[in-house]
Design a binder for this molecule. Structure first.
Ligand code: 4AD
Ligand code: MG
Length: 465
């Protein structure tokens, strides 16, 4: 008999049907009248199905009365409409088979609310809780709608490498990839240098910090492309918004300038948010009730509103005039901190803000230099509570300007010969951005810590599971 998912069993039009349900027990209540109620969950929805188990079943005493939270069972029964409040249907069991007991004396997830900190040490069991099940389903919906957004607009999905020899965002935060024996590293020049010729790739390599440079190659052949994959940064920021391994979506568009890039970013975020609201209604109601009672209102507000667009220079003026005492003082030329980003989106505008035209010195080498000679066509999208959720730019398409900027940032143009070739042969204006998947899920769900919206977080001193 085919297994029926609990989400289907809860539909009233299935009343009268015989079903086979499998799942994990959330609670069992026994009545003196000679039956028990089992609340069963299989992860297909946050809702449990209530199963009525009568004591006349042959294994009632020997097995049913020993099941508790965490036990796995298979039930054959009939869907009946329920007299109980708050549910439309329940299942009357005709047989129940225990697949695996979970000893309640040692099972780590007890019925009472357990802290997120504790659950982080239980990443192998936390998806069985309401919150982490809901996060997994919302994360899945966001990934699905990201692909749908780009696919429906003709963007080609390109897989960029995870191991690379180039740096996209500026050195100092990359994970080295090597097969050299760390206890016995081969050296050159009397020991002052590592002999990377002997390493696996014959040169230093690292885990990618962004798929952008390779995505540009494909954009300059296929026009509109996107990458979507894991990226790695060894920044030692132990914050609630940084991971060492996170997922990034990076569209790249040829024949596009900064304005087209901003338009795409705004439409993209609104589309994802509205898809989550329509397709994850039950889970989103849970987040609104239990995690952050503003998420539904915020997302709906964003879908119907226009993002604010303003320059870095204007933003710095607003911040200086704000009278707020920031931990990091603001002046033209400094990189904005998350306290500044949050001030602009939470206090000044109360909605998403796209900041553009940052000083060239604080942005990556590939961003297009503006006519003023001191700013670049950069854009950061800021949202309340999170700060920066998207970083992007129009790319420098002029060969000489790009070479000059590379040298100014201490990069050797020879290492990027292929990137420069794209400007040498049929260069075109192009632009793109990167959206942090986990920050997006944090924003949508209201979860306070980024480590709780990725199944297996990687952060400083933490790589269990
Ligand atoms: O602003 P970033 O560094 O931009 C890039 O990497 C560009 N190459 C993207 C592009 O233009 N194709 O990163 C993009 C986004 C950030 O806005 C943020 O949402 C997320 O990636 N992000 C992180 N998320 C979690 N943990 C970290 N350590 C992150 N660093 C960046
Ligand atoms: Mg950035």
């Amino acid at each position: 008999m085919r297994r029926t998912r609990i989400i289907e069993a809860l539909l009233l039009d299935n009343v009268g049907k015989q079903v086979r349900l499998c799942g994990w027990v959330r609670t069992r209540r026994d009545s003196k009248a000679g039956f028990s109620f089992i609340e069963l969950n299989d992860g297909s929805t946050i809702k449990n199905v209530q199963v009525l188990v009568e004591s006349s079943l042959p294994n009632y005493e020997s097995e049913v009365l020993k099941t508790g939270i965490g036990s796995s069972v298979e039930i054959i029964g009939t869907i009946v409409s329920s007299p109980a409040k708050g549910q439309l249907s329940e299942v009357k069991a005709e047989s129940i088979k225990v697949l695996g007991f979970a000893d309640p004396a040692v099972y780590p997830l007890q019925k009472k609310g357990t802290s997120f900190e504790f659950l982080r040490t239980m990443a192998h069991l936390r998806p069985r809780t309401n919150t982490f099940g809901a996060i997994a389903r919302v994360r899945n919906e966001i990934c699905r709608s990201i692909h749908e957004f780009f696919q429906s607009r003709g963007f080609i999905y390109v897989q960029t490498p995870i191991i690379t020899a180039s740096d996209c965002e500026g050195a100092g935060q990359m994970f080295r990839v090597t097969t050299l024996d760390l206890a016995n590293v081969p050296r050159l020049n009397g020991g002052t240098e590592v002999d990377f010729e002997q390493d696996f790739f014959g040169r230093p390599t690292n885990l990618t910090v962004s798929g952008q440079l390779e995505a540009e190659i494909y954009a300059l052949a296929l026009s509109n492309v996107y990458t979507f994959g894991p990226t790695f940064r060894a920044e030692n920021s132990n914050t609630s918004r940084h991971l060492a391994e996170f997922w990034m979506v990076e569209p790249e568009m040829a024949f596009c300038d900064l304005e087209g890039n901003m338009d795409l970013a705004e439409e993209f975020l609104k589309t994802i948010f509205s898809q989550v609201l329509s397709n994850c209604h039950v889970d989103m109601t849970f987040f609104n009730e239990r995690i952050d009672n503003t998420v539904l209102e915020t997302l709906k507000g964003i879908i119907d509103s226009q993002f604010v667009r303003l320059s870095y220079t204007e933003a710095v003026d607003i911040l200086k005039r704000s009278g707020e005492s920031f931990e990091f003082p603001v002046s033209w030329g400094v990189d904005l901190q998350s306290e500044h980003e949050r001030y602009l989106t939470e206090k000044t505008f109360k909605k998403p803000v796209i900041l553009t035209d940052y000083p060239s010195d604080i942005k990556a080498f590939y961003m297009r230099l503006s006519d003023d000679g001191r700013t670049v066509s950069a854009m950061d999208v800021l949202v309340p509570k999170i700060g920066e959720i998207i970083g992007g730019s129009q790319r420098e398409e002029r060969l000489e300007v790009l070479e000059t900027r590379m040298k100014a940032q201490g990069l050797n143009p020879e290492d990027y010969w292929w990137y420069l070739d794209l400007r040498r042969f049929g260069t075109v204006p192009h632009a793109g951005f990167g959206l942090g998947l986990e920050r997006t899920i944090q924003f949508v769900t209201g979860m306070g810590n980024i480590r709780d919206v990725i199944p297996f977080p990687r952060a400083p001193k933490s790589a269990e599971f």
